[in-house]
Write a new protein. Structure first.
Lengths: 298, 330
């Protein structure tokens, strides 16, 4: 019996040695029930964004004057709008616009913000002061006001919405990464890396950046929710997608006039925005619990 | 023992605090010969670690600055070389092991990656060769199943294993001098002995010089050939390890050795040196140890003693041993 037990112990230690961070993450991720379901929804949205145009029951641009402002039915799952266009098909098209606008804008904002944050945190001094004071100035404006100002300069359109959101995303990433960098910079392993003769750029890239990556992932996901909301708001204000485009925000604006008579025109895109933003935020929360538990209370 | 590889001369290191320059190291001098283990001992805060950081010039980003003195590595004064040249020396010629094996490895990088880092930087090996070399180093420092360890993360290893990995990293480019800053302080006693054995074995094999920084006199007695005792940013005594333990000269050294508990001694309280290390911004006039010294005279409080060769190869800075003065004459 004793021998048997020992063998079992040996086997478990061998299994344990095949540690993989991805497996570990997956194990913890499955435990986050809410976030896990939300991530399935996000996955569904991403699939829809890719295959959307091939699965829509109707052409989202094609007007049909025989069925204007009809409520949800079996033939039009989400009803039709004032031109008789199928709202469900338009929502599916809109998924692609919303996700790509938010993803691209947050991506560029994050790249620039991360680089600035790393520089600011690692080198400190004059550069740090310039970068942080500039982001303080940007923080002084509410995001949407800043975005409106940028679009006022560049002119309306989806590309400019991307630029505007990217710009107001930069300072928050810069500040987050700067904080993380300051912390990691002081650790012994960074000093150990320097004592081995590693270059500064190498230390930043190989030692500091990976350390900030988990906070980065969490914040990235959270910011996508914010960006979707911002993009929809800008479109709603007529600064983003042009009125005919099946963009969720633009659909809200168009439907506003019919709110009293056929409220589904507004409610359906509203629900789409709500669910998407909620899902991204839940995924972000879950990621934080799994990847970055120490920032939980911040 | 005449082949001097590292020579520190009158080293002064300053820090800036509240717009005030504070001299932490004041005239530290010592040398290490080829194949020699030099111990650097002293209380916390006496400048041991700062000496090692000054040699490596690792205080960029803090206000630390070498303000005087020279550090000769072979024949080159490394206080004068550029940061780029310094980077080629770090890790390749002078390598360092830190106190905390728990924090000196990057927690999100595989052991292999970290081990291959200096190999790639300094030896310019390609991936395959670097990997072979890394596995060899792990085997050399006595890590079993070194092939698997390469793909593991630091948190999967114990403290002793991590310190072995740190030693492997430090030794990977075959440095001439290894600076070990309290390499065993964070480890438990049995592991300490293993790590010390390993370090001595590798040191002998490679005929490497070593600067061992510690406050553990037991470690010094076991490992070192010569010892430098530091107090308040100055060297107060330098002697061979045998002489130092046999007949410590400086009152501070005597106090240090006296405060080590002895087996069989029946005593309720441990011996200690009264008082504490003086604040660097508010140093006493005269001998820095005088306020804590039982043999201090009026002269000690007035003038700082200089380094004297009391006997052959025994140096001490204390008024007690100044020429023409007999011991404890007042």
């Amino acid at each position: 019996m004793g021998v048997l037990k020992e063998e079992v112990i040996n086997e478990t230690t061998i299994n344990k040695s095949q540690y993989s961070p991805i497996k570990e993450f997956w194990k913890n991720w499955k435990r986050q029930k809410v976030a896990f379901s939300a991530s399935l929804f996000v996955l569904l949205l991403i699939i829809i964004a890719f295959v959307g145009p091939y699965i829509t029951p109707y052409d989202p641009y094609e007007p049909n004057y025989n069925s204007i402002l009809q409520g949800p039915s079996s033939s039009h799952l989400a009803g039709t709008d004032e031109y008789g266009r199928d709202i469900f098909s338009r929502l599916i098209y809109g998924t692609r616009i919303s996700l790509s606008v938010s993803f691209i804008s947050v991506f560029f904002g994050a790249v620039v913000g991360t680089i600035l944050g790393l520089i600011s945190g690692f080198f400190g001094g004059f550069l740090d002061r310039i970068i942080m004071r500039s982001s303080d100035v940007m923080f002084a404006f509410p995001d949407i006001i800043l975005a409106i100002a940028i679009i006022a300069i560049l002119g309306p359109g989806l590309v400019n919405v991307v630029i505007a959101i990217a710009v107001f995303t930069v300072p928050s990433f810069a500040r987050l990464i700067r904080g993380a960098t300051l912390e990691v910079k002081e650790t012994v392993f960074v000093e150990a890396a320097r004592s081995m003769g590693a270059k500064k750029t190498r230390i930043i890239y190989k030692h500091i950046f990976p350390e900030t990556f988990s906070s980065l992932m969490v914040f990235f996901t959270m910011r996508i929710g914010t960006a979707i909301l911002a993009a929809a708001s800008l479109s709603f204000l007529g600064l983003g997608a042009s009125p005919g485009t099946p963009d969720w925000g633009a659909m809200l604006t168009m439907g506003r006039d019919y709110l009293g008579t056929s409220s589904h025109v507004v409610i359906m895109p509203g629900i789409a925005i709500f669910l998407t933003v909620l899902a991204f935020n839940l995924v972000g929360d879950g990621l934080r619990d799994v990847l970055d538990p120490k920032t939980k209370n911040h | 023992m005449e082949d001097i590889i590292l020579k520190v001369e009158q080293l002064q290191t300053d820090f800036q605090k509240d717009n005030q320059r504070i001299r932490i190291l004041n005239g530290v001098s010592f040398h290490i010969s080829k194949g020699e283990i030099l111990g650097l001992v002293g209380e916390s805060g006496c400048g041991k670690s700062l000496t090692s950081l000054s040699i490596m010039r690792l205080f960029k980003g803090t206000s630390g600055e070498i303000s005087g003195g020279n550090i000769f590595f072979r024949d080159e004064d490394i206080t004068k070389v550029t940061e780029n040249q310094m980077r080629k020396i770090r890790g390749k010629q002078i390598a360092m092991i830190f106190q905390e094996p728990m924090t000196s490895l990057n927690p999100v990088m595989k052991i292999g990656e970290q081990l291959m880092e200096p190999i790639r930087i300094h030896l310019g090996y390609n991936n395959k060769r670097a990997k072979q070399h890394a596995v060899q180093m792990l085997t050399k420092v006595g890590i079993p199943r070194s092939n698997e360890i390469m793909n593991e993360f630091p948190h999967q290893l114990s403290g002793g294993m991590r310190q072995r990995v740190m030693i492997a990293i430090a030794m990977s480019c075959n440095p001439d001098v290894l600076i070990a800053d309290e390499p065993t302080t964070a480890l438990d006693v049995t592991i300490q002995a293993q790590i010390l054995d390993l370090m001595r074995k590798l040191q002998k094999e490679e005929n490497m010089s070593m600067l061992l920084i510690t406050h553990d006199l037991g470690v010094v007695a076991e490992m070192c050939d010569r010892v430098v005792v530091m107090y308040a940013g100055r060297v107060v005594e330098e002697a061979s390890v045998h002489d130092l333990f046999q007949s410590p000269l400086h009152p501070y050294t005597r106090g240090l050795i006296g405060s080590v508990p002895k087996i069989g001694q029946k005593k309720d309280r441990l011996e200690s040196i009264a008082g504490r290390v003086p604040d660097p911004s508010n140093m006493p006039k005269g001998c820095k140890f005088a306020p804590r010294c039982s043999d201090a005279t009026a002269e000690c409080h007035e003038k700082e003693p200089s380094m004297l060769e009391v006997e052959k190869n025994r140096y001490c800075s204390c008024w007690l041993y100044d020429k023409g003065r007999s011991l404890i004459s007042g």
